[in-house]
Design a protein around this ligand. Sequence first.
Ligand code: HEM
Length: 263
Amino acid sequence: MIVEYIRYAIAEGRAEEFEAAYARAEEFEAAYARAARSLAAAPQCVDYELSRCVDEPASYILRITWTSARDHLEGSRSSDHFRAFFAEIRPYVNDIAEMRHYERTAVRGSGGSIPTMYEWAGGSEAFERLTTRFYELVLDDELIGPLFKNMDPGHPRYVAMWLAEVFGGPSRYTDERGGYRHMLSMHLGKAITEPMRRRWVSLLMDAADEVGLPDDPEFRAAFAGYIEWGTRLALGNSQPGATPPQDAPVPHWGWGVAPPYTG
Ligand code: HEM
C-alpha cells in the first residue's frame, strides 16, 4: 500500500478577503464530497480522508491510500472513475501545494485512548480462568473430548497465553512457547471436522459466560470474530495433506468497527 497526500491551499494570498476565501473553501469541500464517490468506487483505492486545517480553514489535506503507486498511476488514472473525480476537482488544481506518494514505515500503532481487548477482558488472569474452565468442559465432551485426552497438562495455560497475545497482551506465547509455528504444528493432521469446530466454539462461549468474561456486545462481537476466524483456520490446517504457511506472525485482533462503549 502507498499513501498519497495532496495538500491544498485554497485561498493562498487572499487572506484579506476572508469571506470570499471561506466561501471558496466551502465550495471546494462540496466538490470533494461529490468527487469522493469516484474514489469510493475505484478498485485501486483503499481509503481516503479529507481534513481541514483548524488554523487556516482554507487549507486542506487529502490522504488517499492506494493499493500501490503503480495501481494508482497506471490503473486508476486511466479509468472512468478518475475522469469523473477529476471533472469535479479540476477548478482547484492550481491550489495544490503538494501532491506526493509516501511509503508507510514501521513507526505506527494505536494510542492509549482505547483499551486493548486483553485489558478489557481482565488481563492474563481472565484468559487463564477462561481456558481452565473451557478445557474442563472439553474433556467431558463426547465429541471433542477424545481429541484432547493426551493433552499436555499445561495446555489451558498455553492457549491462555496465545489468546492474551492475540488480543493485545504480552507476547509470551511467541517468546516462551514457539509462537505461530508451534501452535500450527499442534493442529496439523488432527482432521478436525465442522461439528467438532462448532462444539469447540460453543464450549468456549459457555466457558466465557461461566467465568464472567465481559459480556458487552462490543467485546463479545470482536471476541467471537476472532474465534470464528481462528477455528476455521485450525480446521483447514488440520486436514490431511494441508500445507499451511509454516511461519506467520501471531495475529493481533482489535475491536474492529465497534470499539468499547465507555458511556
Ligand atoms: C481460535 C481457535 C483456536 C486456537 C486459538 C487454538 C490454539 C491452540 C494452541 C495455542 C495450541 C498449542 C498449545 C501448546 O502450545 O501446546 C493448540 C493445540 C491444540 N488444539 Fe487448538 N486452537 C484453536 C482451535 C482448535 C479447534 C477448533 C480444535 C479442535 C476441535 C483444536 C484442537 C487442538 C488440539 C487437539 C491441540 C493439541 C493439544 C495437545 O495435545 O496438547 N484447536 N490449540
